[in-house]
Design a protein around this ligand. Structure first.
Ligand SMILES: [Mn+2]
Length: 320
């Protein structure tokens, strides 16, 4: 780790201009890490954030309200017109060209560092400067916080709290990919001044939406041995809505694996899958043309209706 951090420092020292980018529809882990890194680099370098086209994450929006500082955004179009010869692009919380905020930017900038904790996906970004992809880590926040701790760099309460909230989300409250190191990083953030009341404030969900999700969960049923499916209604939902339904379903006693099926658009059905980390839902979603990890996976199916997708999923569950 220390060696990687030293290399990271070395790379940083070569550039005066740093562009920070995370995945599209940013979350606390990706964007929070970028904010922490911005705090570290700001003053010393010109830092630019690739402006997200969509801000859908409620917790991130709240965390940024508390942060209450101007973020130096530039949108994709404007950025693509710039000269990148002296710029370093740091991509956080994804390793896939398909998922980044701006694929064109990732293809155009020569000097790239990727900092990520996901398994390697298809359409891999090829970092030229440095590769800090550590799939054993719980989150990008864990990596960035460790780096800043190492530097003895002090963050303010709002940023520390944003990082603690993101750590909690990515580990599903210290259940997934959580190690002794993860708890040490959480402890460090609290020790430095992260605020536990503010953190709860950031992580709260809007009441209407949460009640709606529980309404949908009334229709969930067990296929076999703790494998539960919740079929959403006929409305169109975002992938995040569906993952929250699956996540809520997994909280109920007796549920070992949770699936939510719903319409992502008029011709696309989505499945969101969650397990507690012992049953591989990534593999199950793979068989339906999707993908993901052990405890967290999804797929999108075109040209089938909800009922047909439900039947395919039930088959996969029974064959598992
Ligand atoms: Mn993450």
């Amino acid at each position: 780790m220390l060696e990687l951090f030293n290399k990271f420092d070395e790379s940083l020292s070569k550039y005066n201009k740093v562009i920070l980018m995370t995945h599209a529809r940013p979350d606390l882990d990706g964007f929070g890490s970028a904010v922490a890194l911005y705090e570290y680099l700001n003053g010393d370098k010109e830092v630019i954030f690739v402006k997200p086209k969509l801000f859908t994450n409620n917790s991130l929006k709240r965390a940024l309200d508390f942060y209450n500082k101007d973020i130096p955004y530039m949108d994709e179009e404007e950025l693509l017109k710039s000269d990148f010869s002296d710029a370093l692009l740091i991509i956080l919380d994804t390793n896939s060209l398909k998922l980044v905020e701006s694929k064109d930017l990732a293809l155009k900038v020569k000097n790239i560092i990727v900092i990520d904790h996901h398994c390697l996906l298809n359409n891999l970004i090829e970092p030229t400067e440095l590769d800090i992809r550590i799939k054993e880590k719980s989150s990008t926040i864990e990596i960035i916080t460790e780096f800043l701790k190492n530097k003895n760099f002090k963050l303010d309460k709002n940023v520390l709290t944003m990082l603690l909230a993101g750590l909690e989300v990515d580990t599903n409250t210290y259940n997934l990919k959580t190690t002794e190191e993860t708890f040490k990083i959480a402890g460090y953030l609290v020790g430095q001044g992260a605020d536990l009341i503010l953190k709860q404030e950031i992580l709260k969900e809007p009441k209407d939406e949460e009640i709606r999700r529980y309404e949908l969960l009334k229709n969930s049923y067990e296929v076999t041995d703790g494998r539960y499916i919740c079929v959403m209604d006929d409305e169109i939902y975002g992938p995040v809505d569906m993952s929250l339904v699956a996540q809520n379903l997994l909280k109920f006693a007796g549920v070992k694996v949770a699936f939510a099926i719903g319409k992502l658009s008029d011709d696309t059905i989505g499945i969101s899958a969650r397990s507690m980390g012992d049953i591989n839902v990534g593999e199950m979603m793979n068989r339906l043309g999707g993908g993901g990890h052990l405890a967290n996976a999804a797929c999108q199916i075109k040209g089938k209706n909800i009922q047909e997708v439900r039947e395919s999923l039930e088959e996969v569950i029974k064959e598992e």
